[in-house]
Design a protein around this ligand. Structure first.
Ligand SMILES: [Zn+2]
Length: 265
């Protein structure tokens, strides 16, 4: 008899859990528009509006059509960071060729006060992750000793590949600044559609400046992390050059554009 009661209680509990999962379909989901490979090849015109993007997440990063600057999504606000590093809220009718967002609900906190550079921060994060084969959203708030960011100037068609565009990137340096790192970790199997490893954007505490992070020295900061178990992607409906001209495996252009090395070589 007692066993039956436990069985009924267990089934009720399991049903309730399943119900939560189905109703909250955006939870723990990394949502992205288009692919990093398309962006690398110069596909800078997307169909997803900022208004639409906000329906899929309140936290993330990306780019704008025409490769007009950098994107930071924080606490539900989408910021446009111009080539000079100036941040302003992006209107809902702007569009993005590539963006990655999630509804951020952290499940771990960490301290990264000893991160003397970007690689050290990555090592701290990697040590926290239960598995390198999942997606993670990462938020780091506080005072940063030093940051180097970049942004890019708006391009005109015919669009050049991303590595070529980045020759015209503008670098901004920050010293002893309040702000927030917004980042993602993608597993190695994400190569081709996202950036394997870490990708960070930054915005200052007053939400006035920021960019794609090239280097960071943390000060008194607090980090939060969320594992993401689901993945959702919208591909472009229009035909593009990427369909006809696949990028060969082993191309090192992705590494060069995320680290900035390709543009500075
Ligand atoms: Zn970026």
């Amino acid at each position: 008899m007692r066993c039956r009661i436990f069985l009924v209680l267990f089934l009720l509990f399991a049903t309730a859990l399943a119900g939560c999962t189905h109703t909250d379909r955006n939870a723990e989901t990394l949502f992205q528009t288009s692919t990093i490979e398309a962006l690398l090849k110069g596909e800078y015109e997307g169909e997803t509006s900022i208004g639409e993007l906000k329906r899929h997440g309140d936290f993330g990063l990306g780019a704008f059509n025409g490769l007009d600057g950098e994107m930071v999504v924080l606490d539900g606000v989408v910021f446009h960071i111009g080539v000079d590093g100036t941040a302003t809220p992006a209107p809902d009718d702007m569009k993005t060729p590539f963006a990655v967002v999630t509804f951020f609900t952290p499940d771990q906190t960490f301290h990264a006060a000893q991160a003397s550079n970007l690689d050290t921060l990555k090592e701290i994060l990697t040590a926290l992750m239960p598995s390198a084969n999942r997606f993670y959203a990462i938020r780091v708030d506080g005072r940063f000793t030093y940051l180097k960011t970049r942004s890019v100037p708006r391009q005109s068609p015919p669009y050049p590949p991303l590595a070529e565009t980045l020759r015209h990137q503008q670098v901004t340096e920050f010293h002893d600044t309040e702000g927030t790192l917004v980042g993602f970790y993608c597993p190695p199997f994400a190569e081709g559609f996202n950036v394997p490893g870490y990708h960070f954007h930054f915005i200052t505490g007053d939400r006035k400046r920021g960019g794609h992070v090239l280097e960071v020295v943390t000060g008194n900061v607090r980090g939060t992390l969320q594992e993401l178990y689901r993945f959702s992607m919208i591909l472009s409906r229009s035909g593009n050059r990427t369909d006809l001209d696949p990028m060969p495996n082993g191309d090192d252009s992705l590494k060069s554009v995320t680290t900035g090395n390709g543009a500075l070589r």
